[in-house]
Design a protein around this ligand. Sequence first.
Ligand code: ADP
Ligand code: ZN
Length: 524
Amino acid sequence: TAALPATLEDVLARYWGYTQFRPHQREVMDAILAGRDSLLVMPTGGGKSLCFQAPALLKPGLAVVVSPLISLMKDQVDGLNANGVAAACYNSALDEDQKRDVVRAVREGHTRLLYVAPERLVGDGGERFVRWLAQVGVSFIAVDEAHCISQWGHDFRPEYRRLGQIRTLLPQASIHAFTATATGRVRRDIVAQLGLRDALEEVGSFDRPNLVYRVLLRDQLKRQVLDVLGRHRGEAGILYCPSRKEVDALSAWLVEEGWRAVPYHAGLTSDERARNQDAFLTEQADIVVATVAFGMGIHRSNVRFVVHTGAPQSLEHYQQESGRAGRDGLEAECVLITSGADFLKWRVMLEKNGEFTESAQGLLRDIERYTASTRCRHRHLVQYFGETYDRDDCGACDVCLGELEIVDDAVTIARKVLSCVARVEQRFGAAHVANVLVGKSSEAVTARGHAQLSTFGLFASVPVTEVRGYIEQLTALGYLRQTAGEYPVLVLSPEGRTLMRDGASEPPVVLFRQKRRAKDAGPR
Ligand code: ADP
Ligand code: ZN
């Protein structure tokens, strides 16, 4: 085999053309070279992959990389091969000939990094495969997307759970875990499950000061989207939609409106996907309208805005997806357009798939709280990911920029809304309750005799979207609950009952409204 390079600096320069380490890279690479277990938590784009790729070129023996997705493996292996690094993957997408070639190259010691799925090591036939690896000589094991091992993470995979076994099967190899999910619970779980010993733990910063975060209550989606786009004419952006159907509709509409937009989702042919991704990367298109299928291997650093037209299922997801904006360090905008319906939809979907676990519910509640929060968004996100935040005014979120108005009489408003829910006997949904409160004599309202309720028209001079906003905040704050099912209805929680009755709650209730735009204020 060819002589190994002498230092990490050599490796970085020779294969990647890099002259410097990013924060935490050096520490983790040194741990790998020293054979000390490690855990690295860094946001997407922080440069985790290089941490195991570079030492693999320096350390005798084979580096085994555990990766959850064939597409991820392929992306990385293609990238490495293009840089002249001997890397390969061994997975179900290969035919028998290809598998034989991979096995030969590994046995002959050419291959530096071998990418495999977890089930390759711990599933059927896993033991045989690992014994073979042991024979070849494994220097270390890198577990990518290591949060998949934890049921507290947002992407739990049972086959990751069994990875703890590899420690006994490959006792001489050190184990190194990598993830972008940093909550303390997940971190501790990774260490325990993988049986890491005296592991070096490095946690990167999740603060992205160049991103401006905004949360909007979805009311007129197209107008809200155009507002954002209007601030970024000719610039690159991603529009994340919850479903393929919405991707198709929204991208078609944008094209009609004269924007250079392309759709991207798993329902397109691979040709179409490749073409559209290419168009975006080569700046033929400004906007990708996409499901979360888009983004894994995206390296366009000048993305100036990321808009979500619905809430993702966790703040981890939101952090990753919105984090594709502003990779170049320049200012970029992340807008989450959401309503309570998003969370209900997730709940129904997770229930249908049997995935509505305690941890999934917790993650949903956490992101719902973020949307209804009146705390600085940067502070909220950074603290969520387990860091402290010491700036008072980030100057880069809707809260700190004063775009939200904290209402003075939150308790009164809350009690009115809660009373109305009680008056309609906790048998109606948010839209109906809002109609009663603003005094709209819709057919449903009059048919039920709800125009006669004492709560009818309590908010006669308030826009109905604002009332919907209060209902959603009270739901996110836990005073109201939406039942699941075909016709979700609002019910009072015990805290909601107390607040309605006593006008007190701990912590005190805080409500906001989006400042009314000059245009909406009507004729002067
Ligand atoms: P992660 O795995 O944390 O999401 P990646 O490993 O994909 O991040 O790295 C993100 C980008 O940063 C890649 O384009 C990578 O080549 C680049 N990068 C990583 N480390 C360095 C470095 N030391 N110097 C310059 N660029 C780097
Ligand atoms: Zn702020």
